[in-house]
Design a binder for this molecule. Structure first.
Ligand code: FES
Ligand SMILES: [Fe+2]
Length: 340
């Protein structure tokens, strides 16, 4: 197990943001959410405000959502259009969609001030099957490397499916507490007993390929599930259904507060099926919320200082903890040997 200090307190959160969340591919939405020139999506990634914008040529570009004058925001968080370019919300400096400073409006005479030195700070933007990711690390490996194992196991290109629903939940736990819960099926029989009518829970298996953790269980005949769940390092779940999919983004809002954003893409004519599925999804989330908040409360007390992971069920959790330790420059946590 990782040291419990990593699951609580501002310092742990800051370290995660700097060393993990701002150096990895972060899902921000679907291309269809910004179809026209000037359409933008402004979000907060690893605590850093960012904006992704479609330029006049139809390509997506990304920047930190911070003005070079005195750190004002270029746009409010959320979606919008700025086809004329960005105008800072504070004193009105104007930037082109490629990030160049066009005008430091009414700045006055300022010898030595060269506007060319005050362009926006760029970030990386890449897409896969219409899904838009950003990375604040300009030297990061391409997104394609990260998603390759998922592409191999999820052959259907469902990128034409519309975004039909977006739901948000807040959980009072550290983001890693939630991720670890997501990465094991050990808790399913106890926490989600209803799940057994959809898939054969006893045959639930977890596997790590590259930086993707897969879970699989044989779906029963009437199940809406495709039987594949993926998770991309470090904080994105991918749920594949027979007639759609859902991206589950896990955002650290505070040391003990996590926001879940669920993006559902589904065949729009299957309304009743979708309604059922959403109901079930809400139920599962509520059940996970309860256990994760109970775990977090205990992690913050200090009596529990670390336990053991099941080599049979918790390989995904072990991999995640090793990966976190590596990103933070810590030794890999000790673990029990697997028994074949
Ligand atoms: S902070 Fe942007 S114009 Fe002043
Ligand atoms: Fe769960």
């Amino acid at each position: 197990m990782l040291p419990v200090e990593l699951y609580r307190g501002e310092e742990a959160l800051r370290n995660d943001r700097v060393n993990v969340l701002r150096r990895t591919w972060q899902f921000v939405g679907h291309e269809s959410m910004a179809p026209n020139a000037g359409d933008y999506l402004a979000d907060v990634v690893g605590g850093a405000p960012v904006v992704v914008v479609r330029n006049a040529e139809g390509a997506l570009a990304g920047f930190h959502n911070v003005c070079r004058h005195r750190a004002g925001a270029l746009v409010a968080d959320g979606a919008g259009n700025c086809s004329e370019g960005f105008t800072c919300r504070y004193h009105g400096w104007r930037y082109a969609l490629d990030g160049r400073l066009r005008s430091a409006v009414d700045f006055g005479k300022a010898p030595g001030f060269d506007p060319r030195q005050y362009g926006l700070f760029p970030i990386r933007v890449e897409t896969w099957r219409g899904l838009v990711f950003v990375n604040l690390d300009l030297a990061a490996e391409p997104l394609a490397d990260l998603v390759a194992p998922l592409a191999a196991r999820w052959p259907d290109d469902q990128s034409a499916l519309p975004l039909v629903e977006k739901r948000t939940h807040q959980i009072g736990c550290n983001w890693k507490t939630y991720v670890e819960n997501y990465l094991e099926g050990y808790h399913i029989q106890k926490v989600h007993p209803e799940f057994d009518s959809d898939v054969v829970v006893a045959e639930y298996r977890t596997e790590v390929v590259g930086e993707v953790v897969f879970a699989a269980a044989p779906p029963r005949d009437a199940s809406v599930y495709g039987g594949v769940w993926g998770w991309l390092w470090p904080n994105l779940g991918v749920n594949v259904y027979r007639h759609g999919y859902m991206m589950e983004r896990m955002t650290a809002l505070g040391p003990s507060l996590t926001r879940l954003d669920y993006f559902y893409f589904y065949e729009p004519e299957r309304k009743a099926e979708l309604t059922e599925m959403l109901k079930f999804s809400d139920l599962v989330t509520a059940q996970d919320l309860q256990v994760c908040e109970e775990v977090q409360r205990n992690l913050e007390v200090g009596v529990y200082q670390g336990g053991v992971l099941s080599p049979k069920h918790e390989v995904g959790v072990a991999w995640f903890q090793d990966r976190i330790a590596g990103a933070l420059g810590l030794p890999k946590p000790p673990k029990l040997a697997a028994v074949s």
